[in-house]
Design a protein around this ligand. Structure first.
Ligand SMILES: [Zn+2]
Length: 165
């Protein structure tokens, strides 16, 4: 089901989400279907969007959904950084369409998580995928890209993007 995406300023977006427990597992397929439908609707309207975090649709659980060549479900993810190399990029978010934030993210990361069968998985990330999943992971801790702005002049409206590309 398509859900409403919580928007910048909604206090729920600043909450820390709780881990998915065994008792939650019966609800996970419904949550994943809702995340998928909501992501696809966002793509239809805005022509972008690769991943979404459960708290963005009001589910305060540590669950991420990404759709690229196929669907990826991240249950109780943990991120690790193999080195300290950072880079700056222009970030956006489905919770504030039209607003862009210059942030600094780790170039490389590891995400450890459980899949839908609750099997442990590890994915090595670099560049695009690394910054994408750092962004989504932040949602689980109540952190928005706006809070990661490299300085207080690093928020831009979408129309300004061409000036930086
Ligand atoms: Zn976001």
């Amino acid at each position: 089901m398509i859900k409403e995406l919580l928007k910048l300023g909604n206090p729920q977006l600043y909450e820390i989400s709780s881990s998915i427990t065994e008792a939650d597992m019966k609800d996970v397929p419904t949550w994943v279907a809702d995340l998928h439908d909501t992501l696809m609707e966002y793509r239809r309207v805005y022509g972008a969007g690769r991943a979404v975090a459960a708290p963005q649709i009001g589910i305060q659980k540590r669950l991420l959904y990404m759709y690229l060549d196929k669907a990826y479900v991240f249950i109780n993810p943990v991120m690790e950084f193999p080195d300290d190399e950072m880079y700056e990029l222009l970030d956006d978010c489905m919770s504030f369409p039209g607003l862009i934030v210059k942030v600094s993210r780790h170039r490389r990361a590891l995400i450890k998580y459980f899949d839908l069968e609750m099997k442990p998985q590890v994915m090595e990330l670099e560049g695009d995928l690394s910054e994408l999943l750092q962004h989504e992971y932040d949602h689980l801790d109540g952190i928005l890209a706006t809070m990661r702005a490299v300085d207080n002049k690093s928020l831009y409206m979408e129309q300004m993007k061409r000036d930086f590309s």
